[in-house]
Design a binder for this molecule. Sequence first.
Ligand SMILES: *Cc1c(COP(=O)(O)O)cnc(C)c1O
Length: 360
Amino acid sequence: MPRPILASLSIAALRHNLTVVRTVTRPERGSAPRVWAVVKAAAYGHGMQTAAAGFESADGMALLDFDDAVRLREAGWRGPVLMLEGAFERADVHVARAHALGLVVHRKDQIAWLRETQGAPIDVYLKMNTGMNRLGVPLARARQAHAELSAGDCGVTSLTLMTHFARADEPDGAAEQMERFDAATSDLPGARSLANSAAVFSCPRSHRDWVRPGIALYGSSPFADRSAASLGLRAAMTLASELIAVQSLQAGERVGYGGSFTAPGPMRIGIVACGYADGYPRHASTGTPVVVGGVRTRTVGRVSMDMLAVDLTALPHAVCGSTVELWGEQVSVDEVAQAAGTIGYELLCAVAPRVPRRIV
Ligand SMILES: *Cc1c(COP(=O)(O)O)cnc(C)c1O
């Protein structure tokens, strides 16, 4: 028998979350923005195949890796594709032209590569640095870059202006960057794309022509203080396993490496076939929520490489083989992330290759 751990991936949840994003971004009048489904990092750990099925009705797929993009094309995706970090070398521009991949341009030499390559014209997103200081041309150079890309010799079909927010998850956190973006680009022609998941929910003025949600589509919250459920989102990934042992403890007995948990009285604990080598965070401390046989309880002691322990005090009927949900519909990945001092994004992306995946 294979080890009982499994990541189940719900196509229905992905579709539902895409609908939520469309509903949230539909304006009272005028046309709704189009939606780039962000599928980088193997669709936030959900797998490209899962994403292709769940986001069939998205207006485009945005990612980073050229091999993944070519595989998306080979799998039959004919809609727009956007390469979020653009070309890493000149050869990537050839690949982009051959497979109709849109390119972000954030750096001077990427403009030169467009000029130096022949082939089909492609869509370009000119990325501006409005204050995050990660990728993007400086605002002072935006006008010149726009002019260069608009000249016929770059082989560009359409030019969209883009920026990325550093703090859209904070109250009014997108405002300053948006103001800078608008001031520098107000008279330049072209569509606009600004909003990540957080801005989709927090900043309607940023929606413009194309939104770029990632995390929300997978059913995890971009906010520290708002749950995915409160945003109407459904978890697309359920990480589940089983109890493979049960221990009865006396008061004062300790659990796991370092003996970091001490039983306050007689109690039963269950051992779950899931550890940090599966992608469960080792920093999740005693008290991290977990569901055993449909009942919410907590982890106890340190997470090992292949196992972790759970409190069965409230679960007299739990036995070896009882199902355990590490995260998913009953325990949000965001709750587990918070207990481990990280964010849902990291946990979803870090589910280990050894964990089997099943699309449901
Ligand atoms: C990852 C990414 C997104 C999506 O961000 P979420 O916070 O997951 O919604 C959007 N735009 C760019 C440029 C990105 O790199």
